[in-house]
Unconditional design. Sequence first.
Length: 317
Amino acid sequence: MRTEPFASLDVFVAAVETGSFSGAARRLHCTRSAVGKSVARLEARLGVRLFLRDTRHSTLTEPGRTFYEHAVRASAELLSGVAAVERTRDEPRGRLRITMPVAFGRRCVVPVLMALGRHHPALELDLAFTDRVVDVVHEGIDLALRVGALRDSTDLVARRLGDHRMVVCAAPDYLRAAGRPDGPEALGSHRCLMYGRMGSNKPWQFRDAQGRSFDVTIRPRWRFDDLEAIADAARAGDGLARLPTWLVAEDLRSGALRVAFSEPQPWSYEMHAVWPRMHALPLKTRVAVDALVKELPPLLSPRLPRTRNLATRVHLG
């Protein structure tokens, strides 16, 4: 029996790992029909049924489970071989699927990746913008950028890119009208603009002078699932916002927004690049990670104006 082409093996593994032909189609960017035909050809070559299928579900047969154990090892070895061959070339090539948070991706990541793409014309960038946590393995993603603590996973590898530093800020008109809060404990008497998805209402997090973290519960009048919209509302004088410095640095420099109060140890979230664990990292992924590690840290934590001077200007009107 001749060896089944690599593509059919990848399709079979994707169908098993995503739990359905539809899931495999989404991962591989093809149609469900193409997945079904590829699996049927593989079954014809092997002479056995690999899946028991109905209109909604696909369940592995016993021969299917046996073949999957070998197929997943073979697929990993093939990926390792591809990565080894790529390392012998100086030029990364092929499609690189990357997912990233919406506002951060547009503001900070896209300029880095566009410069990378111009430098490597054989590299095809496929960029997705979403604030949800994408299942990297099941959705066929090469690289994901994530903010905050990472979950333990044996399927993923991560590399830290820097710190996503936060600041409480507001428009000068709002601070003149409502007064400048003395610190986090005074937030309860202010209008606050909150980031939240699907009705979530997470507290704002701070650190004291000793570095101990504490939460402040916010009861916002307005809640947004988009950081850019929060920044717009803050500029319009609609309340206090807790925003990343990379988003509001220019507003703070120009005076469109002011830092509301000093924090002894500013709160920050770690930013990571995450990718599926494999024997060897493909060149296309490695050059993207290297570029992000080099270029993102100064964008993540820009220098800001001194809070004391800004506060004085606000009170003087």
